[in-house]
Design a protein around this ligand. Structure first.
Ligand code: ADP
Ligand code: MG
Length: 238
């Protein structure tokens, strides 16, 4: 488990400012969900936390250490993408092990972690298949498994369920909630789906045009939305 602090994080692409000074504290073990309309900066913020993108200004702190100049690989985080990003020519087992194989980890330890993740995600019977032989839900489980084997302090998930059909999304949502409890991990989760946000989050961060509109528990946001935008987005009656 890790905690995270963002201090006045901004991001500019050329002359376009897409994040305008984001402040945020995420506690150890917390499940925080970023919501907001398409283009509001959710993915950019997640990529800055991951170290895949540099902030234009501001600070990122992980476990009380400033990590602005720490590489993605050394931040101890793992990201799960919307697009799964599995290697099509590799088996599920190889996909799960891939990120660990350059790390000088003993083979037995890699195998143990792969098996543990596979059991947790109920994909043990699929270990020898290729991604092309899997359903969407199974592929998404492998993508999550690839993050789990790394035992990150924080999981970053960018709309991980948005390519699944509605029925499967409900199943996977429940599995993610269970996984969060079981791993006792910190999770930062991006979605534009209100139901996902309301059911998964300890706290929701509502973003709009690169600014934090409100942060609170689902109930707080529902009962006391700061403005019409939040109310509209959370589906509260105000
Ligand atoms: P979201 O994930 O909330 O849909 P993004 O973080 O992907 O939003 O994008 C926020 C804004 O930044 C958008 O206007 C997008 O076009 C812009 N943007 C994102 N990445 C880049 C990039 N690499 N170069 C230029 N503009 C970008
Ligand atoms: Mg996005």
């Amino acid at each position: 488990m890790s905690h995270l602090a963002l201090r006045q994080v901004t991001k500019q692409f050329g002359s376009v400012k897409v994040l305008h000074g984001v402040d945020l504290d995420v506690r150890d073990g917390e499940f925080v969900v970023f919501v907001g309309p398409s283009g509001c900066g959710k993915s950019t913020l997640l990529r800055i936390i991951a170290g895949l993108e540099d902030a234009s200004s501001g600070e990122i702190h992980l476990d009380d250490r400033q990590v602005n100049d720490v590489s993605a690989a050394d931040r101890g985080l793992a990201m799960v993408f919307q697009s799964y990003a599995l290697y099509p020519h590799m088996s599920v087992r190889q996909n799960l092990a891939f990120g660990l194989e350059n790390s000088r980890m003993p083979k037995t330890e890699i195998e143990a972690r792969v098996m543990e993740a596979a059991r947790m995600l109920l994909i043990e019977p699929l270990l020898n298949r290729k991604p092309g032989q899997l359903s969407g839900g199974q592929r998404q489980r492998v993508a999550i498994g690839r993050a789990i084997v790394r035992r990150p302090g924080i999981f970053l998930l960018d709309e991980p369920l948005s390519n699944l059909d509605a029925e499967l999304r409900v199943v996977m949502r429940a599995e993610l909630a269970a996984l969060h409890k079981r791993l006792a991990a910190t999770m930062i989760y991006v979605t534009h789906d209100q139901t996902e946000a309301m059911t998964l989050a300890d706290r929701i961060v509502v973003l709009r045009d690169g600014r934090v509109e409100q942060v609170g528990t689902p109930l707080e946001l529902y009962n006391k939305p700061a403005n019409r935008f939040v109310a509209g987005f959370i589906g509260s009656p105000r």
